[in-house]
Write a protein that binds this ligand. Structure first.
Ligand code: HEC
Length: 168
């Protein structure tokens, strides 16, 4: 009897596991919504740098169509827009709250406004690149785990920042 029960138990556990993964994916899709509803403002639509930055922001792929590698972050591959919103204003999900990363907020001379209402020292381009690639915030402290550490070329970083500038 025992020999029969164990394989059944194993199959049962696998089925429960698969159902769990399915449930989580459905939850994530509804939580994060579908990217691509956002339109680049007309004044920036013709700028190739901004366009490249927008593609990175919405798809996390480089100009050759390759997936931009990252460390940390979520197991499920997500682009900036999925976590920070198509307009960059941040969002609250069941797993984390992400900040407003419009350039205007990140570099606000009065301090960057965090979702909890706290103000952090403003970023400049160098510390912003460090945040994106190394996950270090403007105070030199590590960002929470959901924020991936992206391995991006200097040109792509410049374009991504150019795109964060057009977000309002
Ligand atoms: C899986 C979700 C996720 C993805 C994808 C993601 N981020 Fe984040 N990001 C976060 C979270 C959550 C935080 C807040 C971390 C914290 O407060 O410690 C954050 C923080 C940041 C910060 C620092 C802001 C601050 O509060 O100091 C910047 C800048 C940033 N993200 C830019 C980006 C860019 C650019 C991309 C795409 C290349 C990106 N993020 C992709 C979730 C994500």
């Amino acid at each position: 009897m025992r020999r029969r029960v164990l394989p059944l138990l194993a199959i049962g556990l696998i089925v429960v596991g698969i159902l769990g993964i399915l449930a989580i994916s459905i939850l994530l899709t509804t939580q994060f919504g579908v990217a691509g509803v956002f339109q680049v403002p007309p004044e920036a639509a013709t700028d190739p740098g901004v366009q490249n930055g927008a593609r990175i922001y919405f798809t996390a792929t480089d100009s050759a169509g390759r997936a931009i590698p990252y460390r940390g972050g979520t197991v499920m591959r997500l682009a900036c827009a999925n976590c920070h919103g198509p307009d960059g204003h941040g969002r609250a999900t069941m797993m984390f709250v992400s900040p407003n990363i419009t350039y205007a907020n990140l570099t606000n001379p009065e301090g960057m406004l965090e979702p909890d209402g706290e103000r952090m020292p403003p970023y400049d381009d160098a510390t912003l690149k460090r945040a994106i690639t190394q996950g270090i915030d403007s105070e030199g402290k590590p960002l929470d785990w959901p924020m991936p550490r992206w391995q991006m070329s200097e040109d792509d970083l410049d374009d991504l920042i150019a795109f964060l500038k057009v977000l309002r």
